[in-house]
Ligand binder design. Sequence first.
Ligand SMILES: NC(=O)c1ccc[n+]([C@@H]2O[C@H](COP(=O)([O-])OP(=O)(O)OC[C@H]3O[C@@H](n4cnc5c(N)ncnc54)[C@H](OP(=O)(O)O)[C@@H]3O)[C@@H](O)[C@H]2O)c1
Length: 193
Amino acid sequence: MNDTAPQTAGGKVLWHFTMSLDGFVAGPNHEMDLMTGVSFRPGLVEEYVETTGAVLGGRDGWDHAAGDSRPYGGAWDGPIFVLTHHPEDATPADGVTFLNCGPAEAVRIGLAAAGGMNLEVFSPTIGRQLLEQGLIDEIDLHIAPILLGAGIRLYDNSGREPIHLHRVGEGDPTSAVNVRYRPAATAKTGAMR
Ligand SMILES: NC(=O)c1ccc[n+]([C@@H]2O[C@H](COP(=O)([O-])OP(=O)(O)OC[C@H]3O[C@@H](n4cnc5c(N)ncnc54)[C@H](OP(=O)(O)O)[C@@H]3O)[C@@H](O)[C@H]2O)c1
């Protein structure tokens, strides 16, 4: 199966998500059901745990994360920066710095803390702002085999110009990626259509 090469550390700004086939990174009310039952390629989590030096997120994602929830199920330990216009009412947490600054300044701070490893941006809204400023190096997506129909989109920017991308890897960078699915209820019959 075609797949991405393992991620490498290099002081990059990564917009990194597991995403539903229809482009949502969370369901309504920040539900994360899209992750349930998904199998990832062996070593995928370790790949990001080893190459990530810092994480930048938004206040909504942070506030909706359960309790002391940490990236990669706690397997990763490093500085987390949360962007908010009102850090004064945020609940302090170990290793978490609440920032009230522009997204470019947040990236500068995050990259400095990452010490040559990558800065992972775990926020659709901040990622969109960084894209507009040319500050996203790579978009790393794991497409979960699910259609959500509603929720928080990876990229919500209606009315703006499309952003053209180049696929990272071998071959034509403008090529489409082909995927094929069938509804799970019929997949177990193995029926050909
Ligand atoms: N599928 C995955 O792999 C994955 C991974 C990580 C996260 N997620 C999900 O992604 C969702 C993130 O939610 P979201 O995108 O709606 O919200 P978000 O980006 O987490 O938070 C938005 C908030 O961030 C703050 N913010 C954004 N830009 C700012 C700026 N320039 N200056 C100051 N503050 C700024 C604002 O907070 P204030 O209102 O406080 O000012 C804004 O309301 C969550 O549901 C999370 O669980 C999914």
